[in-house]
Design a protein around this ligand. Structure first.
Ligand code: RBZ
Ligand code: NIO
Length: 336
């Protein structure tokens, strides 16, 4: 059961107090894995994935039958600084596209057999430009976290969260810089494709934001430098942690949301795997900081949950092998 989110402390408490994986299911899955008709370790990371999944589901021989993809959308005041190659009205236009089934994520969710939900967060009311003020008030942060928290279907057995928000690679870079240190240029990339002058301007904006608001815990950084859809992703990833629903992380922006949770608790992201490595330059550095090895590297730089949705197929395949294969004894195959 998910507790109500009355305030930011109830969020912190729920995350830090959430139970870990079921160790007996992990043990049962490891034992089963050792008996399947293949040389030991021959399925590589698929074996680790299946055992990890079994632990979080509390079932040594699990199935994946109800994956959920949730796309959150938000608008960003910082777009006034000219940080994106596209205008902010594209956010609401893409939300319509999601609703009509025309975006990349619609096709990828369908191909993965996942249901897809879309939540637009106050698109008429962009966050504040973080070079001037905190992006959100505490109350706005709480409401965005709650949107994500409540969007997770408790019956889902796998979750991917994605986003749409023109300008949001800028807050994602600022979050990473504030959490992990280094220069703004280490974390700032081209997003939708800004040119060299655009990249220099965007780097300045990230540096200004971090100089103004770079202190505090993961929630404070999310509030001051993030955005509503980024906070909603964090809320959904945290709810999944409490509900023991495994999560496949998407690209740069999704990983920045997750990184805020990792700052609050060392075990906050134990139920997550990195679906892919985005072509956004600093994504691999962010994954390294979080100790996550991506499953795919296909040069995607889209967001929307696209890389996470693609990786559903990998996880499904891992679990299908683990739960569907015969053991040496069942198949009458001689053990090594
Ligand atoms: C048509 C279109 C569809 C998208 N789908 C995801 N994004 C991605 O690009 C945006 C981030 O890049 P930046 O920070 O440079 O604006 C986000 O909306 C992200 O989801 C899109 C962007 C566009 C233009
Ligand atoms: O990695 C991402 O999520 C990403 C990269 C570029 C633009 N939009 C999203």
């Amino acid at each position: 059961m998910l507790p109500e989110l009355d305030d930011l402390n109830s969020f912190r408490d729920a995350l830090t107090g959430a139970a870990g994986p079921d160790t007996s299911a992990v043990q049962g899955a490891q034992e089963r894995n050792g008996q399947l008709t293949k040389p030991p370790g021959a399925l590589g990371r698929l074996e680790d994935l299946a055992i990890w999944y079994a632990g979080w589901r509390g079932d040594a021989r699990p199935q994946i039958s109800a994956p959920q993809v949730i796309v959150f959308a938000g608008n960003h005041g910082v777009t006034a600084q000219g940080v994106s190659a596209f205008p902010p009205e594209v956010t609401v236009q893409m939300v319509m596209n999601f609703e009509h089934g025309g975006a990349a994520i619609n096709q990828l969710a369908k191909a993965a057999g996942a249901k897809m939900d879309v939540h637009a967060l106050d698109l008429d009311c962009p966050t504040a430009d973080f070079t001037q003020a905190a992006a959100m008030s505490e109350d706005e942060l709480l409401r965005a976290l709650r949107t994500g928290w409540e969007a997770v279907d408790p019956q889902a057995d796998l979750l991917v969260v994605g986003e749409m928000g023109i300008g949001n690679t800028t807050p994602a870079a600022a979050i990473a810089c504030a959490l992990f240190g280094g220069d703004a240029s280490d974390w700032t990339g081209r997003g939708t494709g800004v040119d060299d002058a655009g990249l220099a301007n965007k780097t300045r904006v990230v540096a200004e934001g971090v100089a103004l608001h770079g202190q505090g815990d993961g929630l404070r950084i999310l509030q001051c430098l993030g955005g509503r859809e980024i906070a909603a992703m964090a809320g959904a990833i945290a709810a999944a942690r409490v509900l023991r629903i495994p999560v496949i992380l998407d690209g740069f922006i999704c990983t920045a949301a997750a990184a805020c949770l990792a700052q609050l608790s060392d075990t906050a992201l134990d139920h997550t795997v990195a679906g892919h490595q985005s072509a956004e330059g600093a994504h691999s550095a962010m994954l390294n900081k979080l100790g996550k090895e991506p499953l795919l590297s296909l040069g995607l730089r889209l967001g929307e949950g696209s890389g996470g949705a693609l990786a559903i197929n990998i996880l499904k395949s891992a679990v299908a092998c683990h739960s569907g294969m015969a053991t040496f004894a069942e198949a009458g195959v001689t053990d090594g």
